[in-house]
Design a protein around this ligand. Structure first.
Ligand code: UTP
Length: 288
């Protein structure tokens, strides 16, 4: 069955970026000139998905406005003869079909994904976290879809992380059945280094069969009152095979300040209009 829908949870508080995220959304932070959420939507579109389901919360209006037509802005650009910019702005609102579902309280990523149940219905779907930006010619979601099309099971994006970092991720283990593709058998949310089953970390790209919703409904909230997506994946794995795919390309964790700054620098260095001056500037600064 075709994957036509992607769920993009954006209802978190983004506390690691406070105070910037006090009144605006973390997902609207820009890498050079496009907000993180724009890259996430492109990841879906480049995988052939054109229905985007945002799970939003309070204070996330900027995301709705971003993907909508901005009449005043378009009028202004038209009057100024800025036709190319006008075209670019109109293209954003025409990128995909956008649907918004509210998560009234941020009760965890698992709870956010469960909010999409009625809109997704009984079909496989993608989940994309805007925090994880993957720089590659092939979108992260497309890489998972290629595996899904071969095995027709849920597929999770993976990356090998430094053993000192495992406690920040959902960690999995399994048997490598083809290069970079694992049949998974163990799932642990943020384990201690000595208890981690491997260094294979879950990255914010997933394809799920609709059975994940049944598991999410049964998943109990953890100590912090949050329903963990990893717990639901672990219980799904007892009923269905789940695959993991090591994602090709460079991944930036833009959910924390250092990762976001690294991404900003690299995206600026890859921007043809900025590259030369920015590189010169960086060399000057680093010399000091
Ligand atoms: P994070 O774990 O990064 O949480 O969520 P956060 O709240 O955004 O950031 P911090 O940890 O407080 O700094 C991963 C993704 O899941 C969404 C977030 O918006 C983010 O895109 N999310 C998280 C929800 O939509 N709802 C939730 O209840 C929790």
């Amino acid at each position: 069955m075709e994957v036509r829908k992607a769920v993009l949870p954006v209802a978190g508080f983004g506390t690691r970026f406070l105070p910037a995220t006090k009144s605006s959304s973390k997902e609207m932070l820009p890498l050079v000139d496009k907000p993180l959420i724009h890259y996430a939507v492109e990841d879906a579109i480049n995988a052939g998905i054109n229905q985007i389901i945002f799970i939003t919360g309070r204070g996330k209006r900027a995301i709705e406005d971003y993907f909508d037509i901005s009449f005043e802005l378009e009028y202004h650009l038209k009057m100024q003869g800025k036709d190319e910019l006008l075209k670019q702005m109109r293209e954003i609102s025409e990128m995909a079909d956008f649907v918004y579902v509210r998560q009234k309280e941020p009760k965890g990523l698992g709870h956010a994904v469960l909010r999409a149940k009625d809109v997704v219905g009984d079909e496989p779907f993608a989940v994309i976290l805007a925090d994880d930006v993957i720089e590659n010619s092939k979108s992260g979601t497309k890489q998972l879809l290629d595996v899904f099309e071969r095995y027709h099971c849920s597929v999770i994006g993976l990356e090998q992380v430094n053993p000192d970092e495992v406690s920040s991720y959902g960690i999995v283990s399994g048997v490598e059945i083809e290069k970079g593709v694992y049949k998974l058998d163990n799932f642990v949310e943020k384990p201690k280094k000595e208890e981690a089953p491997s260094n294979l970390a879950i990255i914010g790209r997933y394809i799920f069969t609709p059975s994940i919703f049944r598991e999410l409904e049964k998943t109990q909230a953890g100590a912090k009152g949050e329903i963990q997506l990893t717990d639901a994946i672990a219980s799904l794995s007892k009923k269905e095979v789940i695959y993991g795919k090591l994602l090709d390309g460079k991944r930036f964790d833009c959910g924390n300040k250092l990762g976001f700054l690294k991404a900003t620098v690299e995206f600026a260095l890859h921007d043809k209009n900025l590259k030369s001056d920015f590189e010169k500037y960086l060399k000057e600064v680093v010399k000091c």
